[in-house]
Ligand binder design. Structure first.
Ligand SMILES: [Zn+2]
Length: 104
């Protein structure tokens, strides 16, 4: 009976440690995702402001692709940290669209 109790406590400790480890991983993952999203939002804002600069210098016309912004308005076409190039929406004015669905 006593032996059973000790084993039970050890089992409970193990589960608690595993749960704590799991929670840390989740928090770390959420933090990483937050950083990626933040960096992506910065890219989206940068592209959108480059679109506005392009429009101001081209009598109000808008670029159809991000390539048209490089290298005059953007040093290089940024990519989302999750992967994939940005595109421009077909709206007027066009807005930067993340291939991974990030928005700002
Ligand atoms: Zn993104």
């Amino acid at each position: 009976m006593k032996r059973f109790t000790v084993l039970s406590i050890m089992a409970i400790l193990c589960i608690m440690l595993m749960a704590a480890g799991c929670g840390t991983d989740q928090a770390e993952k959420a933090k990483q995702e937050g950083l990626v999203r933040g960096a992506c939002q910065d890219n989206l804002r940068t592209i959108d402001s480059a679109v506005m600069q392009y429009s101001a210098s081209n009598m109000g016309s808008y670029p159809r692709s991000i390539d048209q912004l490089v290298p005059t308005y953007l040093r290089e076409a940024p990519e989302c940290m999750t992967g994939g190039p940005y595109t421009l929406s077909k709206t007027t004015p066009p807005r930067a669209v993340c291939p991974n669905g990030h928005t700002y």
